[in-house]
Ligand binder design. Structure first.
Ligand SMILES: [Zn+2]
Length: 207
């Protein structure tokens, strides 16, 4: 059985790329789509409705190649832009202020709202470098074996905005592996400065 028919992406994701395709003068964008997909582009896309993931992935790939000229930073920017509007708007409730672990849990819920398949998991935070000055956790995106490179880059910008919107100031996101580059899943590491011990447990005032 072909389960690809079950894979869906939420309209709030699809909307921005549909707008770009509509406005673009480049015919290669429309020509890259099937007649069914062209109907979606011409239709009124509803933010809360589900759309075929294959269409979304194709739209992202076409825009990335023909509008952004395959610039990785442009794809990340698109993800940041999406993240800014969603995490300061409808998804703000899922973020936990200055709490990486809580925000990661919230992000898992956000993911289920945006995609009907696959999953994101985060490992427990643990000391990252030898002197313990950094903490890190690893995020895995599973079930997206045919993810376009542009979507993965977008997701990096999107994840970045989730942590940023949660009020966390200093952190880095590093790509470890990518399904679009042949790995079995996309893996990122989120690292941030460890809270100094003295702030966690102030020394007791001895006798
Ligand atoms: Zn990836």
């Amino acid at each position: 059985m072909d389960d690809s028919a079950e894979r869906r992406a939420k309209g709030i994701l699809v909307l921005e790329h549909v707008k770009i395709i509509r406005k673009a003068k480049d015919q290669r964008l429309i020509e890259g789509l099937s007649s069914e997909e062209r109907r979606i582009v011409a239709s009124h896309v509803l933010p809360s409705s589900w759309y075929p993931y294959d269409f979304y992935a194709k739209a992202i790939d076409l825009v990335h190649r023909h509008v952004s000229h395959s610039n990785p930073e442009a794809a990340r920017d698109m993800g940041r832009h999406l993240g800014s509007s969603l995490f300061q708007g409808p998804y703000a409730q899922f973020l936990k202020e200055e709490d990486f672990e809580g925000t990661a849990r919230g992000f898992i819920t956000v993911w289920r709202n945006l995609f009907s398949f696959g999953q994101v998991t985060f490992s427990k935070p643990k000391p990252f470098n030898a002197d313990g000055s950094m903490t890190a956790m690893v995020g895995n995106i599973e079930g997206f074996t045919d993810i376009p490179r542009a979507l993965c880059l977008m997701l990096q910008g999107f994840v970045e905005k989730a942590f940023e919107a949660a009020g966390t100031k200093e952190f880095s996101i590093t790509e470890i592996s990518c399904a679009s580059l042949g790995a079995d899943k996309c893996v990122y590491r989120v690292a941030w400065p460890s809270v100094p011990e003295v702030l966690v447990a102030p020394p007791s005032q001895g006798r």
